[in-house]
Design a binder for this molecule. Structure first.
Ligand SMILES: Cc1cc2nc3c(=O)[nH]c(=O)nc-3n(C[C@H](O)[C@H](O)[C@H](O)COP(=O)(O)OP(=O)(O)OC[C@H]3O[C@@H](n4cnc5c(N)ncnc54)[C@H](O)[C@@H]3O)c2cc1C
Length: 377
């Protein structure tokens, strides 16, 4: 895995290496149960609790809120390590941190302290942003919250909310006075879950549909619009989710190629030229995607205006590396890799999901393509 080293500008800071070691150790444990969670599609609760107990949740908070102001480079590296081991765990953790830190960032100092204390106490956060009708344009809600005592009331549905069933807090968006607005919401009897999540991949992320029936969006929990650009943990972390799956795909196909013998020649698959070329292309694609993603995280750490465009580029680069390498794994794995007992088939299924998550590969490419064509090359 590239750029874990602290002497690379796109890697974590030297003082953050302890967090990387902690995540590496936890990831080794999570890898042992990833197939089981995929099979049962149960939430990986033990993994999430261990991440919290190790202090990783709190570390992502700014120092003034009791955290360690973990850099985006370190945060991304941790997401990548977790994703290589158990991508459902990584997906829920990414959404959890994105919602918690996002809510703290967009709140008044007192409310920010409240959310920070809740995260530190082990409470769980999730994002309820995507609507059945809005698809990929998840930041442009179509559902209107109506004025009510103490705020607004929302009746509608949000779809694909990772880890929602255990969430104590949601980051929810809705139209208020015709404009998108964000709120922190604590679920009550007006919030119900519809179990739609029976998917081909990221099965243990349990990204269910949520129904809101007249749910109060409290005015004092409405997000305050940012006065300056602020990198978002989800945008920064999503490419790393794909890089981790790509790492797992390359490791799985390598193990298979090293151990599978061709009976007629006694060679292993590693001796075949098409396998060598495939492995080389996979390695190069992954290195290039990781280098660009590292640069994106570095831009986030500089709070650069270039971060947002870079995140739109890193996402398809990393998603396509994961999908392509997982596809190569299916070819190299042959019938053995196609068996339910093989990690190759699971990784192939998981590799499809991050490319669908907003902004999808197609949405990113539409955006980039328009920019390129407008400049004339
Ligand atoms: C594993 C997983 C976890 C998720 N977790 C969360 C979560 O925690 N919280 C949350 O709020 N949401 C979550 N989502 C939702 C996700 O981020 C997207 O908002 C949602 O998947 C998009 O809707 P859709 O899948 O119906 O796709 P659609 O947007 O309907 O897309 C269908 C196809 O059309 C393409 N397309 C759509 N719009 C455009 C466009 N403008 N230009 C070009 N092509 C376009 C897409 O690329 C895709 O190929 C999750 C989704 C997945 C798969």
């Amino acid at each position: 895995m590239s750029f874990v080293s602290s002497d690379h500008p796109f890697g974590p800071e030297p003082h953050e290496l302890g967090w990387i070691h902690t995540a590496t150790e936890l990831a080794a444990q999570f890898a042992r149960t990833a197939a089981e969670f995929d099979d049962t599609a149960e939430l990986p609760l033990t993994n999430l609790r261990r991440l919290h107990a190790a202090g990783l949740d709190t570390a992502t908070l700014p120092t003034e809120l009791g955290g360690s102001s973990l850099s985006y480079r370190a945060f991304g590296t941790i997401v990548r390590l977790l994703s290589a081991a158990c991508p459902s765990t990584a997906c829920i953790w990414l959404m959890h941190i994105g919602a918690a830190v996002g809510l703290a960032q967009m709140s008044t100092p007192d409310t920010a302290r409240y959310y920070a204390d809740e995260l530190t106490a082990g409470k769980r956060f999730a994002n309820a942003l995507s609507e059945p009708g809005s698809g990929n344009l998840f930041l442009m809600p179509q559902q209107t919250a109506e004025p009510a005592d103490g705020g607004y009331r929302l009746t509608g549905a949000k779809r694909f909310c990772s880890g929602c069933e255990i969430a104590d807090h949601f980051l929810v968006n809705a139209l208020v006075d015709g404009k998108p607005a964000f709120f922190g919401v604590e679920p009550d009897h007006t919030v119900t879950y519809v179990p739609i999540w029976d998917t081909m991949g990221l099965r243990a992320s349990r990204s269910q549909l949520i129904e809101f029936t007249g749910t109060l969006l409290r005015a004092d929990r409405q997000g305050i619009p940012a006065t300056e650009p602020r990198p978002n943990h989800i945008a920064a972390g999503l490419p790393y989710l794909s890089l981790g799956i790509a790492d797992a795909a390359l490791a799985a196909l390598t193990t298979h190629a090293q151990t599978r013998t061709i009976p007629t020649t006694g060679q292993t698959l590693t001796d075949l030229q098409w396998v060598q070329f495939g492995a080389a292309e996979a390695h190069l694609q992954l290195e290039a995607a990781a280098a660009y993603t590292g640069q994106m995280a570095w831009l986030a750490d500089q709070n650069s205006p270039e971060f947002l465009p870079a995140s739109m580029r890193a996402k398809p680069l990393a998603n396509e590396a994961a999908r392509d390498i997982a596809q190569l794994g299916v070819r190299i794995g042959g019938g053995s890799g196609y068996l339910r007992t093989s990690p190759i088939q699971r990784i192939f299924r998981d590799a499809q999901a991050p490319g669908l998550m907003a902004y999808s590969v197609e949405v990113c490419k539409s955006h980039i393509g328009r920019e390129v064509l407008a400049k004339g090359g």
